[in-house]
Design a protein around this ligand. Sequence first.
Ligand SMILES: *Cc1c(COP(=O)(O)O)cnc(C)c1O
Length: 231
Amino acid sequence: MLKENLANVEKNIEQACKNAGRSRDEVTLIAVSKTKPVEMLQEIYDENIRDFGENKVQELCSKMEQLPSDIRWHMIGHLQRNKVKYIVGKVELIHSVDTYRLAEEINIQAKKQNVIVPILVEVNIAHEESKFGISAEDAILLVEEISKLENIRIKGLMTIAPYVENPEDNRLYFRKIKQLSVDITNKNIDNVFMEILSMGMTGDYMVAIEEGATMVRVGTGIFGERNYKQE
Ligand SMILES: *Cc1c(COP(=O)(O)O)cnc(C)c1O
């Protein structure tokens, strides 16, 4: 069943790339595996998926220990400063940096381990109260500040669009964040490379790809509904 889900998602990604005149290899599919058992991750791994997204540090570290070492782990959830030390040097990319204080802590831990940590700045594009992320208005300033931290590389932006019934309702938000990344590129800030746009989830990844996403984070579409009560 997971195999069919994945094939379906893959077909949609290809279609969205085609719609936008983009090449399939411009888009990375991140399988968002939070709350799901390692057996299910292994099943998807066996279908050649190597990028997995988790939103809790403890769960991510535990799964990392149990699964093959060539998996690229993506931290996509809100990150507390006291947990940073557990993932620095281990994950492929931290998608959810939205304050200077958090970036500072990542930089401290990165220095200790003598590594450069790639991150995305999370933008709350729709100004939703319930969500983390910096406002689009403040994003450029934050990028400028973080760019001065020696052991961090800003690779792009991430956003979680509002939950909507009709994915078309998010098109403007995706377009806005793409524009923001272009604006930041045009500022030519040292150490800042807007290569990655992490946007689009199960409900709206096709629209996100049409608007320029380079990473889509798909959970339910691959693994099925999450049951938080069983945790
Ligand atoms: C859970 C989660 C996703 C995946 O959501 P689905 O709707 O299940 O595809 C993507 N991004 C983030 C940040 C998440 O927390």
